[in-house]
Design a binder for this molecule. Sequence first.
Ligand code: URA
Length: 443
Amino acid sequence: MNVVQLIRSKRDGHALTDADINALIMAYTDGSVPDYQMAAFLMAAFKSGMTTAEMVALTHSMLYSGVVLDLSDLPGIKVDKHSTGGVGDKISIPLAAIVSACGVPVPMISGRGLGHTGGTLDKLESIPGFSTSMDIASYRRQLRELGVVMIGQTDDIAPADKKLYALRDVTATVEFIPFIAASIMSKKLAEGIDALVLDVKFGSGAFMAEEHDARRLAETMVRLGEEFGTRTVALLTRMDTPLGAAIGNWVEVAESIRVLRGEGPADVTALTLALAAEMLVLGGVASDAGQARLLAEEAVATGKALRRFEDLVDAQHGDVNVVRNPDSRPGAAPLAQIRVPDNAGRFVTAIDARKVGLACVELGAGRARKEDDVDPVAGFTLLKKPGDPIRPGEVLARVHTSSRDRAEKAGSDLLAAFAFGNAAPAVKELIVDRLDVGGWGRR
Ligand code: URA
């Protein structure tokens, strides 16, 4: 392989062969192609575009850069869900418990916070003792015995993505649909799942700000899923405003527990049930979305889903007592409150999800550098959401943190994310569309 020739060819807009792409990805993964050449290649592809065949080859090479799990000896149709990332997006936590409680095995490999978005692993690790690392044998055992497992990406799963993602992050080559799609799908397909539900988000708090880009990303990932024999469905959802009332780590786990008790915020509950219904149909335990939804609602109403979550926490060494009594978690109480300013108007008209996410990272819920630790109790609770009437001096939000120093600055950044006015904003639907192999269209 002549790497310089490959970069030149891509720079000049030519399509590369499968063999070229595979050789490049393998050589980058084993260290024989250095970061500077890969960075040049990434930028060349970003600027010149990639054909569908190139993107499939890229996904294939990234997928087979490491271990591809085979779970076919375990009973059941294994289904996972992936969100393209948002603010207040704790859906994976109640969802995995509900779907598993309904009899569909859920092997879930999640990520950490990225940019302004939170990560499921950081949230789960805010449960004292909860471990998100596990060897493959234990992962298989827990999936077989409990029907659900939630861990982080191991070194052997899609190592090319791990290296490439870090390089893209520092070379301004993240926001390119073929790269995002190959990155997400290579990791998910390596989990050994039979089917996948995607939550593709757009809006200020998503990686795709524009709906049409999110649609293209969804189409690309559904096509890749089918190409690799994994049934894939995508919901297109809005991410202009944070999901639910809790944004951060422990606060989001506590809100997930409320969802499992049937007391969660309407938006989080609706999206969780919609995604659960898709997973239950794909998992073969329901024949249609209506029946699947009833099953999911019943798992919540009977407490089966909450018990499954407690068992998951126990199996992964977390403290089940804080799940049973979330207020007992040390540091959970808020340290500060944000109030409605004078002359704000009569309604909250918008809350900019990206600004809230950035303020939350600043508060310590996310990382400024890769090696930073996160504050497990850092987060916000929003008491008012868009459309809610307000009065001057009323509490708008609470700030949770283990660092009093950070509370004031994060509080004023959070306030800057709110917009107020005298007219209630139009209500926009959260779930905008649905895509499967047959095309777009709500069920
Ligand atoms: N999430 C990923 O896993 N990869 C991307 O490229 C973007 C979001």
